[in-house]
Design a protein around this ligand. Structure first.
Ligand code: PMP
Length: 333
């Protein structure tokens, strides 16, 4: 857990972040991967291969934990995710297939491809991170208690984006229980995602989403690993535990925050970490000064060199990377 001193000074709240990018597999997904592999072995002791659909982080953690358990990881990921994650997966010895991004209703969707491949392999299991409670329980038993212990229980609120929703669900469920409902949990959602509306209106539909992308269920953002167009069992667990509110985060805000974190905090991070910190700044503005807010730094910038940290890519998206202190205005909400 680190204190984001510049962001705290700018917002008037104490903003703490769990440095999950320092885990051996480089993201919070190490926690989930270990639990998924233990679950797979418990369900099927003869298993040889574990299959998963992932934007990258879960695959990278699974590949390492699978190797340690003597298993092979077979990973399906959407082809629009940063190529360095696929390269890393292949280097780690996983079998990787990059598939075109399509809607979950399409059998070619990366999660459905992983499920079908597992069903056709007598020695394979589908890890199923989006739907299995094993995911959020891994955070309920580790991330949540660590936040409580590392803050000595002095935490007012947590805020984070959701991919599967496992982190938000596990952390929220634990902190609500241990604090007797004192800790409030908030979602921050990247542009184009509909989870914001799942929290604020109870529907998973975004009125601002372009019709074509909506039909294809595509989330239109440079942020990776977060934002969704459907409600998963893990996200529903977070809603059941109680989410107090939600914030939107545009790609430009995330981009500005990523540069703020580098230039002011010395932290070189990926897009979901930037989105999380935009959430922390917006939550600080809503709660007012003096509160303690916890978020997560999920992965580091080296997994995003071809996208978030690539000027040509950003220009093609119509985004402008911040070079002067004035452009940090959006960071402060
Ligand atoms: N950040 C990154 C980089 C991720 O890969 C993910 C998960 N796909 C998340 C954040 C969100 O975590 P969760 O799946 O627990 O919602």
């Amino acid at each position: 857990m680190v204190e984001l001193k510049a962001l705290s000074a700018a917002t008037g709240c104490r903003i703490l972040a769990k440095a999950e990018y320092l885990n051996p597999g480089g993201s919070p997904k190490d926690r989930v991967a270990r639990a998924l592999i233990e679950d797979a072995l418990a369900r099927n002791p003869g298993v040889r291969r574990v299959y998963e659909g992932t934007s990258g982080s879960t695959g990278i953690s699974l590949a390492r934990v699978a190797a340690a358990a003597g298993l092979e990881a077979v990973i399906f990921m959407p082809s629009d995710q940063a190529v360095e994650k696929a390269q890393l997966l292949a280097t780690l010895g996983a079998r990787v297939q990059r598939v075109p991004p399509v809607a979950i209703v399409d059998p070619g969707h990366y999660v459905r491809r992983a499920q079908t491949a597992a069903e056709n392999d007598p020695d394979g299991v589908f890890a199923d991170q989006f739907e299995t409670p094993v995911n959020w329980k891994a955070h309920y038993t580790t991330t949540g208690p660590e936040i409580w212990r590392q803050t000595s229980g002095k935490v007012d609120a947590v805020v984070m984006a959701a991919g599967t929703g496992g982190t938000l669900a596990g952390v929220t469920t634990y902190l609500k229980e241990v604090s007797d409902e004192h800790v409030q949990a908030y979602l921050v959602d990247p542009q184009g995602s509909a989870l914001y509306y799942a929290v604020t209106k109870g529907v998973c539909y975004s009125p601002t989403q372009d019709e074509g992308r909506r039909k294809r269920n595509q989330v239109d953002t440079i942020a990776e690993g977060i934002g969704l167009y459907r409600r998963t069992a893990n996200f529903d667990q977070a809603l059941d535990a109680g989410i107090a509110g939600a914030f939107k985060c545009s790609d430009q805000e995330a981009l500005d925050m990523s540069r703020f974190l580098l230039h002011r905090e010395g932290l070189f991070l990926g897009s979901s970490s930037a989105v999380n910190c935009v959430g922390a700044a917006k939550l600080a503005a809503r709660l007012g000064p003096g509160h303690t807010i916890v978020t997560l730094l999920c992965d580091d910038g080296s997994r995003h060199l071809t996208k978030l940290w690539n000027e040509d890519f950003l220009t093609a998206q119509g985004l402008v990377a911040c070079i002067s202190p004035d452009c940090y205005a959006s960071v402060y909400g």
